[in-house]
Design a protein around this ligand. Structure first.
Ligand SMILES: [Ca+2]
Length: 262
């Protein structure tokens, strides 16, 4: 009988937690009804396409609260989007560990030219940090982005979101943060979807995806999993993960499905 391991209780956890102070330089949830103070909207397109605050809706619920939105379908075929929204000034000390995070749904319209670009201001120049040209996230499950922007930390730091399109769909964004994370902050972000080829006595490797949310390189930390009431299995992740990066880890001890009561 083929089965999916996700049907079992399989918690996977790390034994590393945040141990140093975090600092928020910007944290905006866009829950108000207007563009927050200090944010600048530049509307260079045609039609009603411009950055605005949008309420959570049936079509695009996002996370259930208001969010930042630009809609390239707002004026029909005539819509040309060339839309930018820029954060307030966020003075940063050069050399500090700084991350940018946000959640979003970039809805690509096939066959159209539409891109969403994230830029940061450093040393007098806007620098491309991220660009989206394919659908990213969904209307009810926005993607979470985490980017190490430390290389561009400086007294003139700002972040802007630029949307360009020729009557495409839209870009919805929420929870933009600029922050220094705790030095040690690791988490399991996924478990490889395992299934037995046939029968329950086939040993299976368990692979998990680990992300370093913290501000320092991490290595040599314990990772554990536990199936139902079985004893927890703990092994050491010996490679290194840079801040903001992810890595896969496969437990050397294979999992025996037959040892689990169904
Ligand atoms: Ca919100």
């Amino acid at each position: 009988m083929k089965f999916n391991i996700s049907t079992f209780l399989l918690p996977v956890f790390l034994l590393v937690s945040g141990i140093s102070s975090a600092q928020n330089f910007l944290s905006e949830n866009f829950n108000g009804n207007t563009i927050p103070s200090g944010w600048a909207v530049d509307d260079q397109g045609t039609g009603a396409c411009r950055w605005m605050i949008h309420a959570s809706s049936t079509a695009v619920p996002m996370l259930g609260s208001n969010y930042l939105f630009v809609n390239s379908d707002s004026a029909g075929a005539a819509t040309v989007g060339n839309e930018t929204i820029t954060s307030p000034l966020i003075p940063l000390n050069a050399g500090s560990q700084v991350f940018l995070s946000f959640q979003h749904f970039f809805r690509k319209r096939n066959g159209r030219q539409d891109t969403g670009r994230v830029e940061v201001f450093f040393n007098g120049t806007w620098i491309k940090a991220l660009e989206f040209a394919a659908s990213t996230g969904t209307a009810s499950n926005p993607a979470s982005e985490l980017l190490n922007v430390s290389a561009w930390a400086g007294p003139e730091f700002r972040v802007r979101f630029q949307y360009k399109s020729l009557r495409a769909w839209y870009w919805a964004i929420d929870n933009i943060k600029v922050f220094t994370p705790p030095a040690a902050d690791l988490g399991v972000t996924g478990i490889q979807n395992l299934s037995s080829p046939c029968g329950l006595a086939v040993p299976l490797p368990i692979t998990v995806k680990i992300k370093n949310f913290g501000g320092q390189v991490q290595s040599g930390f314990p990772v554990s999993y536990q199936v139902a009431a079985q004893a927890a299995v703990t092994e050491t992740f010996s490679n290194s993960i840079l801040p903001g990066d992810s890595a896969s880890s496969t437990f050397r001890l294979l999992f025996l499905p037959r040892s689990v009561a169904i």
